[in-house]
Design a protein around this ligand. Structure first.
Ligand code: ARG
Ligand code: ZN
Length: 885
C-alpha cells in the first residue's frame, strides 16, 4: 500500500496552546533558491506546566537556532520531519532561527512560492510552517514586523501585512522594506509579495475621516485590467461601514493578483492575494460573469478583515465561523449591488448542484466538522455555502435589526480573539426568542433535511402536514428533527393569493412557519368557498432543505406564472421542467426505447409567457430573471433526481430534445426577442445591460439548438461584431451546441486570437472540454497538448480537467470507462506536485455508488488506482479513502 500515515485530527482533542508568541520579527532575503528566513519569536509560557514547545515545520532547512542570543543546547531541540520540539524553556524568552526555503521548487503553491517569477505566499490554513518553524495554529496571535530584502531590479515591489514603515536601497543592488502590522494575527494571515509589478492606486475615506491608501498590484501587462476590482473594493468598504458599522483599521490596503493560485483569493491582513481570475477585467477580455465574480470575491476578502481577521478562528473546526458568515455578508452585498432575486437563484443553484450532493455522499460533514485528516479538504461548499445559509437563517429568524445587534456584540466581545462557533451561537442566542439549542443541529448534523408536505381540506380549514426526514449520511444516523423556518403562501386556481394567517404588514399572505417536530400539522382558515389552494413552499429558500410535495404540472405552471415570490416563480418553472424530463426518462426506461413525446402544453405556455414578459414594452419582467428561468437544469442536477443507476445518457438526450422542442415551438418569438434585446453603445457593467445580454445569450442558445444556418449566422455575426467578451463568448457557446463548419472555424479563430491571454483561453478550454464526445481520446490528448494548457496551473486544470469531469457527464461517464481513466491519470500526475488540487479534482468520483454496475465498478477501480500508490498524498488519500469506505 502506501507510506503515508493518515492522522485524524479531532475537535474533541483541542487543547489551548501551551506557549504564546507575542511578537514575531521576520527578515527575508529573497531568492528563488535558498531564501533566507530569519525569525525572532518572543515566547511566553501559557499557564504553568513543563511541557516542551512545539514548532511546526514542513520542507524547511534549519540553519541555526538560538535562545536569548545563545545557541540552544543540542539536547533541548528535537527535530522531527514535521517540526521541532524544544524543551527546558524559561517562562519568557526569545527564540531566533534561520531557515532556508526554495520558492522556485514549491509546486504545491502553499507557503512561499513563485508565480510568473514573482514571490508570493499562501498560508491558510497551514502554509506558514513551510516558511519558518512556528506554532502554526490560529489560536496563537502575534504582532508581526517584517523586513523584506531583494534584488531591486527584479523585485522593485516589496509588500507585506500592515503599514509600511521603512524602505531604502542597500549597496549591493538590493533594497529593503519594513512592514509593521499592529494587529495581532494568527500565522495563516501572514503574507509577503515581492516582484516586478505595476499598480493602480486610489483612496478611501472612512466614516471617521481616516484616509486609506488603496493599491492593486499586477503583472505589468495587466495594468489596464484593474479598474473594476478597485471600484469593487471601494464599494465593499463603504457597504461594510453602512451595513455592519465596520471600518477599516490600517493606513493601507493592498491587493495583488497572481496567475498561480490554488483557490479564489486570500484575506491576509492588509495584503489580500488573489487568483488573477478574480481581479483582472476589461470588457474585451472578461464576461459579465467575470465582473460579478470579481465584485463578490473582492468584497468577500475585504469583509474578512472583520469576520475572520479581527475576530478569528480558534481552530480549523471553526472554519465556517469566518467563512459561512463572510459568504453570507458577500451574498448580501452582491444582492444590494444587483438583483436580489437573481442572486438568490444563483446561490440556491450552487447549493443544490454542489452542496446537496456533497452532503449526501461519502465526503458529507457537518458545517462544524468534528474530525479531519487534511484540513485543506474542508474548504467545501458545506463549510462555505451551507454555513452561509445557516447564518442567513439566524438573520431571518431574528430580523435584520436584532441580527445586527448580535453581530455588533460579537465583534465587540471577541475583537482580537480566536473564537469558536459556540461563541457566535451564544452571542446570537442572547438576542433570540426561539430554541437555539435545537437550531444548533444545523452545525453538527450533516445531510440535507427533507420536508414532506401534504395538504387537505377539513371543513373550512386547510390542514398542512409536515414531516421531516433526516437522511443517514457519513456515519450520522440520528433522526431528531431540525428547527426549520419555512416560508409559505397559498394561491387559488386563478393565481390570486389566499390569506393563510391574516395578511402581514405588506398585505401579503406569506408567513414563515418555524417547524420543530418530526411530524406536525398547521391549520389555516380559508375564505368561504375557497377550494384547495396551491401551496408555495420554502419561499425565497428560507431553509437549506429539500421540499417534497406532490405538485402537478398545472400547479407548477400556475406558480411559475403568478407566485408573488420571484425566487419561487423560478423554482416552480424549474420543477416543471424537471417533472417533464424525469417523466420522459422513466418512460424510456419502461418502454425500452425512446418515447415519442410532444412538448407538454403547460410547459410550452409557461416558456412563451416568460419570453414575452421580457420583451413586452410595458411592465416587462427583468430579462436577467427570465434568463435564469429559461436556463434548463444542468445534467448533474437532473441526475440528482435519481438515487441509483443514474441514467446518464437518457438525461442528456431528454435535455437536448426538450431544448429543441422549445426552440422549435417558439422560434419566431425567440428571433424577435433576440432583436429587441440588443444592447447598444459602449459596454457597461450595469443591471440593465447585463440582464439583456444574459437573456439574449439564452435566446441565441435555444435558436442554435436547432440545425439552421440562419441561426448560426446570427451567432457568427455576434461573434464577429460584438466589442465585448460577454457577447462574443455567448455567441461561441451557442455555436458550440451543434457540429458545423461555422463552429469549427469560430473555435479555431478564437483560439488564435486569444492565444496569449490565459484567462480567455481558460474559457475556450472549458468550452472545448464540454464538447468532447464520449471515447474521443484523440481530442482529449490534443487539448492536453494544446499550448494554452498547463497541468501545473490550477486555473488551467480546473478549466480542462474540472470542466470535462463535471460539465460533460456523458463523456466523463462513457460506459467504456475512458473518461474516468483520463481524469484519474491527470489526478495522479497532479498529485505528484500539487496534492491540494489533486484531492479537489478527485471528489468527482465520490458518488460512484449511484451509477450502474459497470460504471460503478470502473469508478471504484480508478479510486483504488489513485489510492494504491506508495506516494499517494494524504490529501488525495483522505478523499479516495472516504469514497471507497
Ligand atoms: N480564506 C480564503 C477565502 O475563503 C480561502 C483560503 C483557502 N486556502 C486553502 N489553501 N484551502 O477567502
Ligand atoms: Zn473566505
Amino acid at each position: 500500500m502506501t507510506d503515508r500515515q493518515a492522522q485524524t485530527v479531532r475537535l474533541a482533542d483541542y487543547r489551548p496552546p501551551n506557549y504564546l508568541i507575542d511578537h514575531v520579527d521576520l527578515t527575508f532575503e529573497l531568492a528563488a533558491r535558498g531564501t533566507r528566513v530569519e525569525s525572532s519569536l518572543t515566547v511566553r509560557r501559557n499557564g504553568s506546566h513543563d511541557e516542551s514547545l512545539w514548532l511546526d515545520g514542513d520542507e524547511l532547512t534549519l540553519e541555526s537556532i538560538e535562545l536569548d542570543g545563545k545557541p540552544l543546547a543540542a539536547e533541548q531541540v528535537e527535530e522531527r520531519d514535521n517540526g521541532l520540539s524544544i524543551s527546558g524553556l524559561p517562562d519568557r524568552c526569545t527564540l531566533t532561527m534561520v531557515c532556508r526555503v526554495d520558492p522556485v521548487d514549491n509546486t504545491k503553491l502553499d507557503g512561499l512560492y513563485q508565480s510568473s517569477g514573482n514571490f508570493c505566499t499562501q498560508c491558510e490554513p497551514e502554509g506558514f510552517r513551510r516558511i519558518t518553524f512556528f506554532p502554526d495554529r490560529p489560536d496563537v496571535l502575534s504582532r508581526y514586523r517584517v523586513t523584506l530584502i531583494a534584488d531591486k531590479a527584479s523585485c522593485p515591489v516589496l509588500l507585506s501585512n500592515g503599514n509600511p514603515v521603512e524602505s531604502r536601497d542597500l549597496e549591493d543592488g538590493r533594497h529593503l522594506a519594513v512592514w509593521d502590522d499592529p494587529h495581532p494575527k494568527p500565522s495563516y494571515l501572514f503574507a509577503l509579495v515581492a516582484g516586478d509589478l505595476k499598480s493602480i492606486h486610489d483612496q478611501f475615506t472612512t466614516a471617521s475621516g481616516r484616509t486609506i491608501d488603496l493599491g492593486i498590484y499586477v503583472e505589468p501587462h495587466n495594468i489596464d485590467r484593474c479598474d473594476h476590482a478597485m471600484r469593487s473594493l471601494i464599494k465593499s468598504m463603504a457597504w461594510d461601514e453602512e451595513t455592519y458599522g465596520r471600518e477599516y483599521d490600517l493606513d493601507v490596503f493592498n491587493i495583488v493578483a497572481v496567475d498561480d493560485f490554488n483557490m479564489g483569493a486570500m484575506e491576509n491582513k492588509g495584503l489580500n492575494i488573489f487568483n488573477s481570475k478574480f481581479i483582472l477585467a476589461r470588457s474585451e477580455t472578461a464576461t459579465d460573469h467575470d465582473y460579478e465574480g470579481i465584485e463578490s470575491v473582492v468584497a468577500h476578502e475585504y469583509f474578512h478583515n472583520w469576520s475572520g481577521n479581527r475576530v478569528t478562528c480558534r481552530d480549523w473546526f471553526q472554519l465556517s465561523l469566518k467563512e459561512g458568515f463572510t459568504v453570507f455578508r458577500d451574498q448580501e452585498f452582491s444582492a444590494d449591488m444587483g438583483s436580489r432575486a437573481v442572486k438568490r437563484i444563483e446561490e440556491v443553484n450552487l447549493l443544490r448542484q454542489v452542496q446537496f450532493p456533497e452532503d449526501a455522499g461519502p465526503q458529507a460533514h457537518p458545517v462544524q466538522p468534528k474530525e479531519y485528516e487534511q484540513i485543506n479538504n474542508f474548504y467545501t461548499a458545506t463549510v462555505y455555502n451551507k454555513g452561509a445559509e445557516v447564518v442567513r437563517m439566524w438573520h431571518n429568524l431574528l430580523g435584520w435589526e436584532t441580527f445586527r445587534r448580535g453581530t455588533d456584540r460579537y465583534f465587540e466581545r471577541f475583537d482580537g480573539q480566536a473564537v469558536t462557533i459556540e461563541d457566535f451561537i451564544d452571542t446570537m442566542a442572547e438576542q433570540a426568542d426561539f430554541d437555539t439549542a435545537q437550531f444548533r443541529r444545523w452545525y453538527d448534523r450533516a445531510g440535507t433535511p427533507i420536508v414532506h408536505v401534504k395538504k387537505r381540506i377539513e371543513g373550512n380549514d386547510l390542514v398542512v402536514d409536515f414531516r421531516q426526514e433526516i437522511p443517514a449520511v457519513a456515519g450520522q444516523e440520528d433522526d431528531a428533527p431540525f428547527l426549520i423556518p419555512l416560508g409559505i403562501a397559498a394561491f387559488d386556481r386563478d393565481g390570486k393569493p389566499v390569506s393563510l394567517s391574516g395578511p402581514d404588514r405588506n398585505g401579503e399572505p406569506q408567513t414563515t412557519l418555524v417547524l420543530s417536530k418530526t411530524e406536525e400539522s398547521r391549520r389555516f382558515t380559508l375564505p368561504a368557498g375557497a377550494g384547495l389552494p396551491v401551496l408555495s413552499l420554502n419561499r425565497g429558500f428560507t431553509a437549506p432543505v429539500k421540499v417534497e410535495h406532490d405538485y402537478d404540472a398545472t400547479d407548477l405552471a400556475l406558480l411559475a406564472g403568478s407566485d408573488t415570490d420571484e425566487f419561487n416563480r423560478w423554482d416552480a418553472y424549474q420543477r416543471l421542467v424537471l417533472l417533464t424530463l424525469v417523466e420522459r426518462i422513466h418512460q424510456a426506461e419502461e418502454q425500452g426505447d425512446w418515447p415519442e413525446s410532444g412538448l407538454p402544453e403547460g410547459l410550452s405556455a409557461a416558456f412563451g409567457r416568460l419570453l414575452h414578459s421580457a420583451v413586452s414594452t410595458q411592465g416587462g419582467a427583468d430579462p436577467r430573471f427570465v434568463a435564469e428561468c429559461l436556463t434548463l437544469p444542468s445534467e448533474n442536477y437532473i441526475a440528482e433526481q435519481f438515487h441509483q443507476d443514474v441514467p446518464v445518457d437518457a438525461i442528456h438526450r431528454a435535455r437536448v430534445e426538450l431544448r429543441e422542442q422549445l426552440a422549435n415551438e417558439w422560434s419566431q418569438t425567440l428571433v424577435l426577442a433576440f432583436e429587441k434585446l440588443a444592447v447598444d453603445g459602449e459596454y457597461r457593467f450595469d443591471g440593465v445591460d447585463v440582464g439583456r445580454r444574459a437573456l439574449r445569450a439564452q435566446v441565441l442558445g435555444y435558436l442554435n439548438a436547432l440545425d439552421h444556418p440562419a441561426w448560426r449566422r446570427l451567432a457568427v455575426e455576434q461573434l464577429e461584431e460584438a466589442d465585448n467578451m460577454t457577447e462574443r463568448f455567448n455567441a461561441l457557446t451557442a455555436l458550440s451546441l451543434r457540429a458545423s463548419d461555422e463552429r469549427d472555424q469560430a473555435l479555431e479563430a478564437f483560439a488564435e486570437e486569444w492565444k496569449d491571454d490565459p484567462l480567455v483561453m481558460d474559457k475556450w478550454l472549458a468550452l472545448r472540454a464540454r464538447m468532447v464526445e464520449p471515447d474521443d481520446a484523440e481530442t482529449l490528448a490534443a487539448l492536453e497538448a494544446h499550448p494554452a494548457f498547463s497541468i501545473r496551473n490550477p486555473n488551467r486544470v480546473r478549466a480542462l480537467v474540472g470542466t470535462f469531469s463535471r460539465g460533460n457527464p456523458v463523456a466523463f461517464h462513457a460506459s467504456t470507462g475512458s473518461g474516468y481513466r483520463w481524469v484519474a491519470d491527470k489526478i495522479i500526475e497532479i498529485d505528484g506536485f500539487n496534492p491540494q488540487i489533486a484531492a479537489r479534482m478527485a471528489t468527482v468520483f465520490s458518488r460512484w455508488r449511484r451509477y450502474d454496475g459497470g460504471r460503478a465498478d470502473r469508478m471504484r477501480g480508478e479510486l483504488e488506482r489513485m489510492l494504491d500508490r506508495r506516494d499517494c498524498s494524504t490529501d488525495l488519500a483522505e478523499i479516495a479513502g472516504k469514497a471507497l469506505k
